[in-house]
Design a protein around this ligand. Structure first.
Ligand code: C2O
Ligand code: CU
Length: 520
């Protein structure tokens, strides 16, 4: 069924990624190291006219399956300072979990399992660790109140994993420090498995035909006289794309159906993804579970914090062929103002070298088919029963507000305050929440403690995209648009450890576009 899961990743194979494409490819020197494993690099002088791109092997985070004793599986994370060679000269100071240079291991969890988390903070500053998308009580959730002081350890209560099979993630949620700690690299994937997903003929050999892919970008600056450091103030955007922490990432993927678990791990940038030859790909999963059936798309907008699982069909491609998963992030792709990263400036707080452009987020080299490949996109996936608007007994409206361009964003004109509970929800109730995005910019809205169903955009059920019809915990909200979702609030949170709702553009979040609620 899933025999490749639970075994450690064959990192050695990734290290020695061999390139199959033509003679233009030549191995060059070691440029990049991440997660303790080094990667070889190659140069493709044919890819984009006169400019030469040096590719680095996509890093696949190691799997962590936890330690099981007395029926409880414990996942141990240690967050430490690290460093990575991104540019020639000084290394970039970073944060990573469990020895990674950037990011951390992928936690592999099972629905129904008794689970707990332990986080050891080896940084010189406090942090928190939030399990984005997991259905856990506020006391386990790792929000801004659950501070893990420097050189201390946080062990959560034991909880039963309730989430559907899907891709989730963990990241710091420290009050006003999230942009810094995320920028420096702290984060990781969580993959949940369940029986329904395991019964489907889907690619699930981790690192081979089932690939986690976190997209983000960074800007380098000189800090305290040291060059090549990540800038985490005064910028919304990075100049260099990082895919799983790797610049100019390339993956050798087998000639068959391949599953990509895409996470937008950005500070602010949205991604409008597509394949370089224009082919369709298939969205199979949203933030909190598989869809009822795959949805074919040629473009997919992924806002910060969102996850989409897609199938990419490489079965008709020649071995050795190169193609790109691209971000079509320019105004030539039909995007309009409010899409984060469309701003045309190449520098400054709201500009970057990759703004308003099409750029590759993953170079794909088609490789030999594996044994027992998956070659057919399933016609149906899982059956889902979603909460409906008719079941909602309470509705709430959140307006994203600001006194003007450049002023901090707020909800309903109230900035985040650690000591203010903004909403009180009755445990077990179903509610409809409407978010009005406002007239300044687009945003990415996320709420803790639930997986919800989007029921309308701008008051229209038909305007909800086919690919966002599943379980969601985060959504893209364009300029001047509104969205209504329905959720059943089954997880409890008290005023000591309340749940958060916020913009997942973490610079907006840190400046106050966040509120907190109790469920009791
Ligand atoms: Cu991904 Cu409140 O966070
Ligand atoms: Cu925002």
């Amino acid at each position: 069924m899933t025999k490749s899961w639970g075994q450690s990743v064959d990192l050695e194979k990734r290290k020695n990624l061999k390139l199959i494409a033509g003679s233009a490819l030549a191995t060059s020197s070691l440029l990049y190291a991440c997660g303790g494993s080094s990667t070889s690099a190659s140069t493709d002088s044919t890819s984009s006219g006169s400019s030469t791109v040096t590719y680095n092997a996509l890093w696949i985070p190691p799997l962590l399956t936890g330690t099981t004793a007395d029926g409880v599986t414990t996942f141990d994370l240690t967050l430490s300072n690290a460093s990575v060679s991104y540019q020639s000269g000084a290394k970039t100071n970073t944060y990573g979990y469990n020895g990674a240079g950037f990011w951390g291991p992928t936690l592999l969890m099972k629905k129904g399992a008794r689970t707990r988390m332990q986080v050891n903070n080896q940084l010189n500053e406090a942090t928190t660790t939030h399990w984005h998308g997991l259905l856990v009580p506020g006391s386990v959730d790792g929000g801004p109140h659950q501070v893990v002081a420097a050189n201390s350890t946080w062990l959560t209560d034991t909880f039963t994993m309730k989430n559907n099979a899907a891709t989730y993630w963990y990241h710091p949620h420290m009050h006003e420090m999230t942009q810094k700690q995320l920028t420096l690299g702290a984060g990781g994937f969580i993959i949940v498995q369940d029986d329904e997903e395991s019964a489907l003929a889907l690619p699930r050999t981790y690192g081979t035909d089932d690939i986690p892919l976190v997209l983000t970008s960074r800007r380098f600056t000189t800090t305290n006289g040291v060059a090549n450091q990540f800038l985490y103030t005064t910028t919304a955007y990075g100049d260099y794309l990082l895919s799983n922490g790797v610049m100019n990432a390339q993956a050798s993927l087998p000639r068959q159906l391949v599953r990509l678990r895409i996470l937008n791990g950005e500070i602010e940038r949205d991604y409008n993804l597509g394949v370089s030859d224009g082919r369709s790909f298939y969205v199979i999963g949203n933030d909190g579970g598989l869809l009822s059936a795959p949805v074919a798309v040629t473009r997919l907008i992924v806002a910060p914090g969102e996850r989409y699982e897609i199938l990419l069909d490489l079965s008709g491609d020649a071995i050795g062929k190169a193609l790109d998963l691209n971000a079509y992030n320019g105004s030539d792709a039909g995007l309009s103002f409010g899409f984060a990263g469309l701003e045309p400036a190449s520098s400054g707080e709201f500009g970057s070298l990759i703004n308003n452009k099409t750029f590759s987020v993953l170079r794909i080299q088609v490789a030999a088919t594996t044994a027992n490949p998956i070659t057919q996109v399933p016609s149906a996936l899982v059956s889902n029963t979603y909460p409906t608007a008719a079941q909602a007994t309470q509705s709430r409206t959140l307006n994203i507000t600001a006194t003007g361009p450049g002023a901090p964003f707020t909800f309903n004109n109230v900035g985040f305050n650690m000591n203010t509970i903004n909403q009180t929800v009755a445990v077990g109730s179903t509610e409809a929440w409407t978010v009005n995005g406002g007239n300044i910019f687009g945003h990415s809205f996320h709420i803790h403690g639930v997986q919800f169903k989007i029921v309308s955009r701008n008051g229209s059920a038909a305007a909800v995209k086919n690919y966002e019809q599943g379980w969601k915990d985060t959504f893209y909200i364009p300029l001047n648009e509104s969205l209504t979702f329905v959720a059943k609030f089954d997880e409890t949170a008290d005023a000591t450890y309340p749940f958060m709702y916020h913009c997942h553009m973490v610079n907006h979040e840190d400046l106050g576009l966040m509120g907190q609620f109790v469920v009791q």
